[in-house]
Design a protein around this ligand. Structure first.
Ligand code: URA
Length: 436
């Protein structure tokens, strides 16, 4: 008979856990047979003693099969999933999913909600009036076969072990371990059933991984897990030292995504989405190389096919597709406040984390899972790193419906902008692509 105390002692003493021991822990904890205090002790032992690649794969696999796994076999074609480790202003999924679908790659995606300073795709989509983020499995399959794209909220039945363990890690100082993060993300991606996975691993102050070398290490670990599970997995390591694009919030980000689908997006969002959509098109077997995929992605935008696909997707899930032509159909903020530059020069930093927190505090984000959010709230940045500013210029505008919250967020964000006298280069957006 296996015993949890022996498993804890083995890891505490630097031993390598077997597949059986890992499965025993994950299954027992999911069922409530192993108490939080023993699970916490093992997580802390893993934190200090680490897991090797094989243990990390076994942990992922046990969590992947801890609940429902999604069967996408009824959907024709190579299904490609896309996941970001989370950031500020990251509306990339809203753009690359319809582009990939317009190029013939089926996208059957599950997304999450935002928490803390990072946003979530599901909250953003809910800013489209009428949009539904839950669906019966048969309808989900049918929609992807009919129009090539569906995005729904992740159910609690997918990788329940991760849900429970993530909540425990959050309060026991055991979030930031490579094996625990990689297995947490990949267990959900593998359970979600796609054939290939594209990961956008963010690095910088607005991300889990601050340094590029840590982000690369996490990306390599996750690609290894995906490949070991028989799924083609590619990871791009990308910048999150400043927010992505100009908009941070919910409706604000959907509008920026629509502008990008119309070909009018900010430079960084356009560059990143073309590259990532190109990789998705390649992974989905519609292009021979990721570069060829990128050309197809650009054409899908230029021809209007990607925007048309986005409208079809919105309508299929109950939303009003006319939002693409009339932004006044989105929830509107009653209050706004400008952040003014006190000195002239060049913007050398816009701390993504601070802007994310300030956006959260306008009402656009939640501090706890139970909080409600103001879909109209958030920030629009008028200047980005490298831009020249004069004293008195508007650096950013804060939006929301609560005057006090908007004013406080505006004041809070003042220190996020760093302005220097010397010319500043824009940070490289795409640091590395792994697994191509
Ligand atoms: N995102 C996840 O889903 N899990 C982690 O552990 C970290 C980020």
């Amino acid at each position: 008979m296996m015993n949890m105390n022996d498993v804890i002692l083995k890891k505490r003493n630097g031993g390598k856990l077997t597949q059986e021991e890992i499965k025993y822990f994950v299954d027992g904890y999911t069922k409530g047979e192993i108490p939080d205090y023993q699970a916490s002790a093992l997580l802390m032992a893993i934190y200090f003693q680490k897991m090797d690649r094989e243990e990390t794969f076994q942990l992922t696999d046990a969590m992947r099969y801890s609940g429902d796994t999604i069967d996408l076999s009824e959907i024709r074609g190579i299904k490609v999933d896309k996941h970001s480790t989370g950031g500020v202003g990251d509306k990339v999924s809203l753009i690359v999913a319809p582009i990939a679908a317009a190029c013939g790659v089926p996208v059957a995606k599950m997304s999450g909600r935002g928490l803390g300073f990072t946003g979530g795709t599901i909250d953003k989509l809910e800013s489209v009036p009428g949009f539904q983020t839950s669906m019966e499995p048969d309808d989900f399959t049918k929609q992807v076969n009919d129009i090539g794209i569906a995005i729904i909220g992740q159910t609690a039945h997918v990788a329940p072990a991760d849900k429970k363990l993530y909540a425990l890690r959050d309060v026991t100082g055991t979030v930031d371990n490579f094996s625990l993060i990689a297995s947490s993300i990949m267990s959900k991606k593998l359970a979600a059933g796609s054939d290939a996975i594209l990961l956008d691993v963010k690095c910088g102050n607005g991300a889990f991984m601050e340094s590029e070398s840590d982000a690369v290490k996490l990306a390599e670990l996750m690609c290894g897990i995906g490949e070991a599970a028989g799924k083609k997995t590619v990871a791009a390591v990308t910048d999150m030292s400043q927010p992505l694009g100009h908009g941070v919030g919910n409706a604000i980000e959907v509008i920026e995504a629509i502008e990008t689908l119309k070909g009018n997006g900010p430079e960084d969002i356009t560059e990143l989405t073309m590259r990532l959509a190109g990789i998705m098109i390649y992974l989905g077997g519609r292009a021979k190389t990721a570069d060829e995929g990128k050309v197809m992605a650009a054409h899908a935008v230029k021809s209007g096919m990607a925007l048309a696909k986005f409208r079809k997707f919105i309508a299929a899930q109950g939303g009003n597709p006319d939002v693409t032509d009339d932004y006044s159909l989105f929830p509107q903020a009653k209050e706004k406040k400008n952040l003014i530059a006190q000195t002239g020069g060049y913007v050398s930093a816009i701390t993504a984390r601070s802007i994310g927190l300030a956006s959260q505090h306008t009402g656009a984000g939640r501090a706890t899972k139970e909080d409600s959010i103001d879909l109209s709230a958030g920030v629009i940045l008028h200047k980005k790193v490298g831009d020249k500013v004069s004293r008195g210029d508007v650096l950013a505008t804060f939006y929301g419906n609560d005057k006090k919250k908007v004013a406080n967020a505006d004041a809070e964000a003042a220190s996020a902008f760093v302005i220097t006298g010397e010319k500043v280069n824009k940070p490289a957006l795409i640091k590395e692509v792994i697994g191509l």
